[in-house]
Design a protein around this ligand. Structure first.
Ligand code: FAD
Length: 493
């Protein structure tokens, strides 16, 4: 049995801690915030309940595996509800597409909304996504990644798979080749944002995301997605994990090239045989271990941070017809939006995502709605390619702009807003410790991004990394996969 210190109580930390404790280790989890959950947070105001982070759960099978591996199965712990349509899309030219959850209805729905032939184009793209997933899932998503070595091994064993993954192609390039309709190209581009990336620089392999969404569905948890974090916390404590909230870690101690424990910000010291850091890898290598990993620091410097997000939490009076659970209002000029977000500016005409769960437990009375509104945003900071989101009045003015844009899209809720709260990238950074408020750690921008992404095994013996900023990536299911990879690397007690 090892004594294991897990730093961070988001999905990555909770899932890793629960797996390790159920494998017989003695685990202590240290979380700086007053409660666990990390980005999977919640907010309550005036009888309205909001998720502050994730609103879309995909790949539920990853969580089914987690709960089955560690105790009671998922369906006994949390009721999941399939979302249908998957997403409702609205283009500025008036095109309306409600993408059905039932894959057999996808083609006809696209033909009806975008014109004959659109369905066939999209189905071909989904087919390519399915082949990418089949090639990449086990060797590249579910296993530890050793950078170029892993790709080289795959190239030797399964050269056809490397051709399908096309590591040198961009998502935009693939979209332009396979999709004639510009609206479908925008639809595909949007999936780059699921990894905080720019479609013009992100790898074509991200085309697996629309396929995965279609195949495994979009899911909601009644009461809010944050309940998943609470269920992970409960599973961890059932296995004896000691969770300490309000306990920021200042640094990781090493001796003779091996992790030996952590030093708390309060000055205390906890010794451990193994440390699992689930906070941003950049913070781990830059400030928790200092200059002991210079090679890694220069490698990290080659990675672009993921985009952040600007969130409006709106408590509304009245009900809004014509919107789905997830609705996306595309910008007029997607490239201008990506230029702004990755260039450190505010997008004047952002693509707006509205999540409006039909869930009575989120509202004080049935005639009200609880909205989560998200637009892509440049990270917080005062450097180049960043926005100082703490500038006086900026956050509020941007909220007004978003509501004005929604009104231009035909959804004017300005006189129905009862409560309005804002989560800027600065607030995300403050609440979760993610530099700049990055949503997914590092982006997938650039050909070498997958090769440079921090690995789960660090160069320091006994120090492992899980969470959204490391392999295999950000988003709830991938973060849970990173926790499994780390638990497998450490092994049973
Ligand atoms: C606005 C928004 C929308 C999103 N939408 C989706 C979505 O729809 N679907 C989806 O799948 N994903 C979505 N994501 C991404 C998803 O939330 C993350 O990938 C995932 O929750 C990250 O989990 P994590 O454990 O890696 O990191 P975090 O949740 O950031 O957890 C890290 C934890 O470490 C703690 N910590 C930091 N520093 C220290 C320290 N020094 N000592 C101790 N503790 C520390 C933090 O407080 C935090 O609790 C969204 C994220 C955001 C912000």
């Amino acid at each position: 049995m090892s004594r294991i210190a897990v730093i961070g109580g988001g999905v990555g930390g909770l899932a890793a801690a629960a797996r390790l404790a159920s494998a017989g280790h003695r685990v202590m989890l240290l979380e700086q915030a007053p409660e666990v959950g990390g980005k999977l947070g919640r907010h309550v105001r005036a009888g309205y309940l909001f998720d502050t982070g994730p609103s879309l759960l995909t790949m539920p099978e990853v969580f089914e595996d987690f709960f089955a591996d560690t105790g009671d199965p998922l369906d006994r712990v949390l009721p999941l509800r399939r979302v249908d349509p998957l997403t409702c899309y609205r283009w500025p030219d008036g095109t309306v597409l409600d993408l059905p959850a039932d894959g057999s209805a996808t083609g006809p729905a696209l033909d009806a909304a975008l014109g004959p032939g659109a369905g066939a184009q999209w189905l071909r793209l989904l087919d390519r996504g399915a082949r990418i997933e089949a090639a990449a899932r086990q060797p590249l998503l579910e296993a530890p990644f050793a950078g170029p070595t892993s790709l080289a091994r795959l190239a030797v064993r399964r050269p056809g798979d490397i051709r399908v993954i096309s590591p040198a192609a961009t998502l935009r390039g693939l979209g332009r080749r396979m999709l004639k309709d510009e609206r479908l190209q925008m639809l595909l581009d949007r999936y780059a944002t699921f990894s905080g990336s720019d479609p013009r620089r992100a790898p074509a392999a991200l085309a697996m995301i629309p396929w995965v969404e279609q195949a495994s569905g979009a899911w909601y948890i009644p009461g809010g997605l944050h309940r998943l974090g609470l269920a992970l916390r409960d599973r961890a404590t059932e296995h004896g994990v000691e969770i300490h909230c309000g306990s920021p870690v200042a640094s990781i101690e090493t001796a003779g090239g091996r992790a030996t424990g952590v030093v708390m910000a309060s000055g205390g010291r906890l010794s451990a045989d193994v440390v699992v850091a689930t906070i941003d890898a950049d913070v781990v290598y830059r400030s928790m271990l200092g200059a002991r990993t210079p090679g890694l620091l220069s490698r990290l410097a080659g990675l672009a941070p993921s985009m952040s997000g600007y969130v409006l939490l709106l408590g509304l009076q009245g009900r809004t017809p014509g919107l789905g659970h997830h609705t996306v209002f595309f910008s007029r000029d997607y490239d201008a939006e990506f230029d702004a977000v990755f260039g450190g500016r505010l997008a004047e005409d952002p693509t707006i995502y509205v999540s409006k769960p039909d869930d009575p437990s989120l509202v004080p009375t049935p005639d009200r709605e609880s909205w989560f509104v998200l637009v892509n945003a440049a990270p917080h900071g005062t450097g180049s390619r960043q926005v100082d989101w703490t500038a006086p009045g900026l956050a509020s003015r941007y909220g007004d702009l978003i509501l004005d844009r929604l009104a231009q899209h035909g959804v004017d809720v300005r006189d129905r807003v009862v409560t309005r709260d804002i989560r800027t990238p600065a607030r995300i950074e403050h609440d979760t410790g993610s530099p700049g408020g990055s949503i997914y750690g590092v982006s997938a921008n650039g050909r070498r991004s997958a090769l440079l992404r921090p690995t789960n095994r660090s160069p320091v013996k006994g120090l492992f990394l899980a969470g959204g900023s490391v392999h295999p990536g950000g988003g709830l299911p991938l973060v849970a996969l990173s926790a499994k990879i780390v638990a497998d690397l450490i092994g049973p007690a």
